[in-house]
Design a protein around this ligand. Structure first.
Ligand code: UDX
Length: 452
């Protein structure tokens, strides 16, 4: 039988929505479902819950054309879609391992719906999960809870995503490769068929292979960032510029230039969470991963290393106010998960400074992050500013934590507010020559030799 080209997406967060619009854009029919009914209602009205370039337009286009339909339960999805993608969160537990509760709930509900459909269905795990999850956890769970026969009534596959925030839709529509982890020919054929319009290389592995690829990819990328950050400290000591060093090593095609930009450390929803989950999984299998441990350790120190740069050039931090400019974990997003602004502010407070915080889009999400972390700031020491200008006028020093264009493009009168004061550019985004013209003292991550 020719498999129908209809897919179901369960979980309409960043990944689920980007995947949904990508399939719709390539001509497939997509049925979406999320347990958050408010979210589904908003989406049906054309309101996007997250900021991601191109997402709102494509959602509007495909919900209007009917190619993307929002459903009220798993049942409608399993009735029509031969492949059901599970794109639900897999957050960290307190110990760092992944919390599979959302995934197992989604799988149990899907299993019940598959049973009712009476047809073979493929459950595809899109969420990031450690190796063996598809084969030894989700497969047996579906089998047991709905009494479905593996291979006959359902199969489980893994299909990790490699989407970066800010370019998620573009990455999902034009993936560099599609990795599918399958155990049987029928699942492979179906996934190949669904991804054929994407015209990209399809790599076929086992489910555990596909699961491990995702972790290997993020561990390598995070490792490169930490490598550049370690060298940023050496470069300052050696009186050289780490950006020169990384640019030159990147000329070697065996190394390449990407992901070697020293900064305040990596943040975001993936790198730390995934590396911690990988460490836990390895530990459960009695395997040590010193390289992954070191990647995290270097990252944990980097926000402090940025404050060191400030402290070494500033006459003193005690009682002084530092403007932390940029709260998002990188530019182009309002996401502040694992943002290096959090440890940076903690470090400033620990060293006796006060902080004034500014971000063009992420202040609200940052505040929510603080609220949910259960460690509210003392409002006499940490304040928020609505404008860059106010943040600069009310501070003695500034640190660029996110490389927003607004900072780079700010008019002279704004930077003049820091005249005679010091700015630490943790993203290497400002023009030091221009700043010095306004009498601003400039220091930056990995930039040695400034005093000579
Ligand atoms: C990452 C991966 O890129 C993506 O493939 C995966 O699916 C999810 O995790 P994302 O977290 O959106 O995506 O952001 P990314 O652009 O990779 O940056 C991660 C962090 O590293 C950011 O804080 C960024 O500022 C930092 N970074 C990145 C650097 O400090 N230097 C670099 O050279 C690159």
């Amino acid at each position: 039988m020719v498999e129908r080209r209809t897919v179901g997406i369960v979980g309409l967060g960043h990944v689920g929505l980007a995947t949904a619009v990508a399939f719709a854009q390539h001509g497939l029919t997509v049925l979406g479902y999320d347990t958050d009914s408010d979210r589904v209602r908003d989406l049906a009205r054309g309101r996007t819950p997250i900021f991601e370039p191109e997402l709102a337009q494509l959602l509007a286009r495909h919900t209007k054309s009917g190619r993307l339909r929002l459903e009220e339960s798993h049942r409608e999805i399993a009735k029509e879609a031969s492949a059901i993608f599970l794109a639900v969160p897999t957050p960290s537990t307190m110990g760092g391992s992944i919390d599979l509760s959302f995934l197992s709930r989604a799988a149990i509900e899907a299993a019940d719906a598959i049973k009712r459909s009476g047809e073979w269905r493929l459950l595809v795990i899109k969420s990031t999960v450690v190796p063996e999850t598809a084969e030894t956890f989700i497969g047996p769970l579906v089998e047991k809870t709905a009494r479905l026969r593996p291979g006959k009534d359902f199969s489980v596959a893994s299909n990790p995503e490699f989407l970066a925030e800010g370019t998620m839709v573009r990455d999902a529509v034009n993936p560099l490769r599609v990795v599918i982890g399958v155990n049987d020919g029928r699942s492979e054929k179906l996934l190949r068929n669904l991804y054929a319009p994407f015209r990209t290389e399809i790599v076929v592995l086992t489910p555990s292979g596909a699961e491990l690829v995702k972790y290997a990819s993020n561990a390598m990328l995070a490792n490169r960032v930490s490598f550049a950050n370690e060298f940023s400290r050496l470069a300052i000591e050696a009186g050289v510029d780490v950006y020169d060093i990384m640019r030159v090593i990147g000329m070697d095609p065996r190394i390449g230039e990407k992901f070697l930009a020293a900064g305040p450390g990596f943040g975001g929803s993936c790198f730390s969470k995934d590396l911690k989950a990988l460490l836990c999984w390895a530990r459960d299998h009695s395997i040590e991963l010193p390289l992954v441990e070191a990647t995290l350790k270097t990252n944990e120190r980097q926000a402090g290393a940025i404050v060191d740069i400030l402290e070494e050039s500033a006459p003193g931090l005690k009682g002084r106010t530092v403007a932390v400019l940029g709260l998002a974990f990188k530019k182009g997003t309002s996401d502040t998960r694992e943002s290096r602004a959090y440890p940076m502010i903690d470090e400033l407070l620990r060293r006796g400074a006060n902080a004034v915080l500014y971000d063009p889009v992420a202040i609200e999400t940052f505040r929510l992050g603080i609220k949910s972390s259960d460690r509210p700031y003392d409002s006499s020491r940490v304040t928020y500013s609505r404008t860059l200008e106010n943040a600069l006028s009310s501070s003695d020093y500034a640190i660029i934590q996110t490389d927003w264009d607004e900072f780079k493009e700010a008019p002279p009168k704004i930077w003049a507010k820091l005249s005679g004061k010091l700015v630490v550019d943790a993203r290497r985004t400002l023009d030091p020559v221009r700043l010095r013209r306004f009498g601003v003292e400039y220091c930056a991550v990995g930039l040695g030799g400034l005093k000579s």
